[in-house]
Design a protein around this ligand. Structure first.
Ligand code: GRF
Length: 186
């Protein structure tokens, strides 16, 4: 599997995927972790875990460079990556491209819906539950068939931060499970 992280990504989902591979819960290897910036905190985490890393910044040869960095990968995982993926990249992974989002899509998704904004919107809407979604990536933000969702309650007194922490725990379980499902052809 290949993993693409965002320029400010912490890399906790990347680390959860790598741990699942190392512990045999996910029958896969992380071939490469790619960030859009050398400053991405996730790259340091990846290197500490002994994972191969690369920096591919959007530019003239973005598509070719991404394809080169992930050559041989069956599935690409977007872990905190906030941009749309070029079509040629979307279609080059035999098992597809997966994204994780910290809400129960189709609710609270779309361009600009990331980080604490998602959880703030969930609280403002008075939702009684939230959760996370792993879905196949298309050329639209947060669209595409859902592979797996995990749910948790919204608790009285929740802040965006407390809800984000509850959902993040679910994300770390959901992403490896969803990748395993997709690799098994489900
Ligand atoms: C996660 O909340 C994920 O759902 C969203 O971006 C965040 C990335 O966090 N797409 P991390 O870098 O994996 O800790």
């Amino acid at each position: 599997i290949g993993i693409l992280v965002g320029p400010r990504g912490r890399g906790s989902n990347m680390a959860a995927l790598a741990r699942a591979c190392a512990e045999g819960r996910l029958d896969a290897d992380v071939k490469r972790v790619v960030a859009a910036s050398a400053e991405a905190p996730a790259l340091g985490v990846a290197r500490e875990m002994g994972l191969p890393t690369a920096v591919v910044a959007p530019g003239e040869h973005y598509t070719e460079e991404l394809l080169g960095a992930f050559a041989g990968c069956d599935v690409l995982c977007l872990a905190g990556f906030l941009r749309l993926i070029p079509d040629a990249v979307l279609h080059s992974f035999p098992k597809g491209v997966l994204n994780i989002h910290p809400s129960l899509l189709p609710k609270f998704g779309g361009k600009g819906m990331y980080g604490l904004r998602v959880h703030k919107a969930v609280l403002e809407a008075g939702e009684l539950e939230s959760g996370c979604t792993v879905h196949l990536v298309t050329s639209e933000y947060d669209e595409g068939p859902v592979v797996l969702q995990k749910r948790c309650p919204v608790e009285p007194g929740d802040t965006p931060e407390t809800l984000a922490a509850r959902v993040l725990k679910l994300e770390h379980q959901a992403f490896p499970e969803a990748v395993a499902m997709v690799l098994r052809g489900r």
